[in-house]
Design a protein around this ligand. Structure first.
Ligand code: SF4
Length: 396
């Protein structure tokens, strides 16, 4: 009997760089398109890139897909369905694959959500950020809380059984009380997953330019928001499984877990990052270069702008940096099996210094952060791993 060779698991990230309008804090690769022609060309370019990668992915099966942005649902269903169909044509996507689409309230109606659900999308990530209108306005969001409620209900009616909601803390106009209101309003709807990110003011954003005039909560208030949110969400049945991510039982995001477990993933589209075949690489953030590079064979246009073979020291550092983000932390036996090096000898002794202060905990199996440790995790990891760091837990 001929045994079929076992395929390796792979995550697929697809970047859609379009938004209806630009939020004031955002430095993601996204822009407001001028007309539909760029959307047509971008869709064509994504499909060409899938065709290019199809052969190299024959020995893989895709078990998670994440459409991020930008705002993927800014594309109409026609374009999203073309991309989804090309994905099914070019890759082996498992029947049980988690397929997530990020969606902004006010960019998708019931019909388009139902089309996505029928096309195999089974997880929706709704960007809300706050349930308070003055905070949404300060962020430059295009939707109200009511818009979010409508989208949430439409998504449930369209058959989405797995919905995540993105929230932010430490944002202008926010107080501990108003943040508590956001948490209460969102959990009362019963989403399956909540992501909670601290605002980080990025260079080259409108927020950076008017930083001194923003009415931001102070550091103590921001710390209290995070600590109280962890307690509140736990009481509502949401386990924190990563610094910024909380899930009901069985609803942790499988795609994002790949990043934190250092598993392989392929990123398609402008600004997408990949970890594939022991190499990390990223495509250009310049959407025009990406489209031209895919449509025209021209060696002057660089689609892949960063590429790095990861050596074993870098691999270990990444594994610790990403693994320590998880509530379960780094398993010392898994680490030793993967790298043939003692975790306790290499990193454990340095992390031990933070145990007495209540930032790190350990047992016979693993090292992990406490809640206080998670809040200052970047600082601790930068001392242990010699990495640069400028603020606690900010990735948004
Ligand atoms: S935060 Fe999201 S919705 Fe707002 S501009 Fe950035 S990518 Fe678009």
């Amino acid at each position: 009997m001929l045994l079929s060779k076992q395929k390796k698991p792979l995550g697929l990230y697809i970047h859609i760089p379009f938004c209806k309008s630009k939020c004031e804090y955002c430095d993601f690769c996204s822009f407001v398109p001028n007309g539909t022609s760029v959307i047509e060309h971008y869709t064509d370019a994504l499909i060409l890139q899938m065709e290019d990668w199809a052969d190299r992915c024959r020995s893989y099966e895709i078990d998670s897909v994440f459409f991020g942005g930008g705002t993927p649902t800014f594309l109409d269903s026609k374009h999203l369905l073309r991309i989804l169909n090309a994905m099914y044509d070019n890759f082996h996507v498992t029947k049980k694959a988690e397929i997530t689409v990020e969606c902004n309230p006010a960019t998708a109606d019931f019909k388009s959500l139902r089309r996505l659900r029928r096309a195999g999308v089974n997880r929706l990530s709704l960007g809300l950020q706050s349930a308070n209108e003055n905070e949404l306005a300060a962020l430059g969001r295009i939707h109200s809380f009511k818009d979010f409620q409508n989208s949430y209900e439409d998504a449930r009616r369209a058959g989405f059984e797995n919905i995540s909601v993105d929230l932010m803390y430490g944002i202008p106009e926010q107080t501990e009380k108003s943040f508590a209101h956001t948490l209460s309003a969102v959990t009362s709807l019963g989403p399956d997953h909540i992501s909670l990110y601290a605002l980080k003011i990025e260079n080259n954003t409108p927020f950076a330019q008017k930083k001194d005039t923003l009415n931001l909560p102070d550091d103590d208030a921001v710390y209290n928001m995070y600590v109280k949110a962890v307690q509140y969400l736990a009481a509502k049945g949401y386990d924190r499984y990563e610094i910024s991510n909380f899930a009901k039982q069985g609803a942790a995001c499988l795609h994002n877990l790949k990043y934190w477990h250092c598993d392989e993933y392929l990123g398609l589209g402008a600004s997408a990052h990949s970890y594939f075949g022991g190499e990390r690489f990223a495509t250009t953030r310049r959407v025009k270069d990406y489209i031209d590079g895919m449509e025209i064979i021209n060696n002057d246009i660089k689609v892949v702008v960063e590429s790095d073979k990861i050596d074993s020291h870098e691999s270990m550092e990444e594994y610790v940096m990403l693994g320590m983000r998880l509530d379960e932390g780094v398993n010392i036996h898994d680490f030793e099996q993967r790298f043939g090096v003692s975790f306790v000898e290499k990193y454990g002794k340095l992390l031990d210094e933070y145990i007495d202060d209540g930032f790190v905990k350990k047992d016979d199996e693993s090292y992990s952060f406490t809640t206080d440790g998670m809040f200052v995790s970047n600082f601790i990891l930068s001392s242990v791993l010699d990495l640069d760091s400028d603020s606690p837990d900010s990735e948004n």
